[in-house]
Design a protein around this ligand. Structure first.
Ligand SMILES: NC(=O)c1ccc[n+]([C@@H]2O[C@H](COP(=O)([O-])OP(=O)(O)OC[C@H]3O[C@@H](n4cnc5c(N)ncnc54)[C@H](OP(=O)(O)O)[C@@H]3O)[C@@H](O)[C@H]2O)c1
Length: 324
């Protein structure tokens, strides 16, 4: 069994990791570290786990663990890993922004690999450290990578993506307050969202001359999921576009091409990304949908763990959508 540790255990991505790892046939949870809840039951922060585990949060970590998942906010990860020197045998999967860009991808002389399996599977299989992609970044890259691979991303790429409130983490804020968020919709960080950096790096690794990525993030009136619509100029037929996507994702276990237009609930509570393409005149519309806490975070982190340890990629991740 692979011994795992979780840092930031009372947060949303930490909670999702606990739920997945409790069911994983080849992994066990050695510790769930918390700065605020040491000694308290894990179920005190995640009440759905009542009766599923008697584990308590710890105030210390096992530095010789097989793999550690770091589920801290941006800036806190790099500080935590600087303060805690894990053994050379410990694999690290970090869920924050801290190591995703090429300029940030090293710590103590050791390199982080960008953990998007649809782009970097072989590097992930050899990696000891993973920078797990952002949630918007996952949905948007999966929508655009096949076009970039074929050198067919148009000059301007327009992206609108709606996110659920769990994307903002467990700590309440003005825009996650029920009275504000419910029956409401709003955009934020227009054209400047921090995930543009990692999206741009991945796309440029496949197509040199990527133009402007015009990304408008939108707060949705729901708790989980990302629904992204991207459109750009495309000169071929819809059938040619579909073929290009099908070829790119032929071996992808968690990215599926949908025949019919997609909706969010078909992927919520799963590690799947569903993609649909539609052509209108010279414009190609690509829609992608993921669960931000699974394919956009903790599910993808376990997918990466499976690849790093030579396990079947889907192990522990055959989950059930909450369609109705
Ligand atoms: N939410 C998403 O959809 C999503 C998707 C992809 C990536 N991510 C990234 O994953 C990381 C974790 O996200 P999350 O949504 O799980 O966040 P979260 O719900 O806010 O949880 C983060 C946890 O970190 C711990 N923590 C330790 N030191 C902290 C500090 N100085 N300030 C705040 N929290 C501190 C806290 O747990 P303890 O009190 O138990 O220590 C907190 O509950 C972030 O970097 C986020 O950007 C999130």
């Amino acid at each position: 069994m692979i011994k795992t540790g979780i840092i930031g255990g009372s947060g949303y991505t930490g909670g999702e990791l606990i739920r997945i790892l409790l069911q994983h046939p080849q992994a066990e949870i050695d510790f769930v570290y918390s700065t605020t809840r040491a000694g308290k039951k894990v179920a005190s922060a995640h009440p759905d786990l009542t009766g599923e585990t008697e584990m308590e949060f710890t105030g210390g970590v096992n530095l010789d663990i097989d793999v550690v998942f770091v589920c801290l906010g941006h800036g806190n990860s790099i500080q935590f890993l600087g303060d805690h020197q894990f053994s050379a045998n410990t694999k690290i999967i970090d869920l924050s922004n801290d190591f995703r860009l090429q300029k940030d991808a090293a710590l103590g002389g050791k390199q982080f690999v960008y953990g998007l399996p649809e782009l970097n599977k072989e590097d992930i299989q050899r990696a000891n450290r993973i920078a797990n992609p952002g949630c918007f970044a996952t949905a948007i890259q999966l929508a655009l990578l096949p076009l970039a691979k074929a050198n067919r991303l148009g000059r301007d790429v327009h992206i609108n993506a709606l996110t659920g409130s769990t994307g903002a983490g467990v700590r309440p804020s003005e825009t996650t307050h029920f009275s504000w968020r419910n029956n409401n919709v709003s955009w934020y960080k227009p054209f400047t969202h921090q995930h543009l950096g990692e999206i741009g790096e991945s796309l440029r690794s496949l197509q040199e001359d990527v133009g402007e990525l015009l990304f408008l993030p939108i707060r949705g009136n729901f708790t989980r999921g990302i629904f992204a619509t991207c459109y750009t100029h495309f000169s071929g037929s819809e059938a040619a576009a579909k073929e290009l996507y099908q070829k790119f994702y032929a071996d992808a276990v968690f990215t599926q091409m949908a025949e019919a237009p997609i909706h969010l609930k078909q992927v919520v509570n799963t590690n799947q990304c569903h993609i649909h393409v539609h052509k209108h005149n010279d414009t190609l519309l690509i829609t992608s949908a993921i669960d931000n806490l699974l394919k956009g975070a903790s599910g993808q982190a376990v997918q990466n763990m499976n690849l790093m340890f030579g396990l079947e990629e889907t192990m522990g991740l055959r989950l059930k959508a909450g369609v109705y």
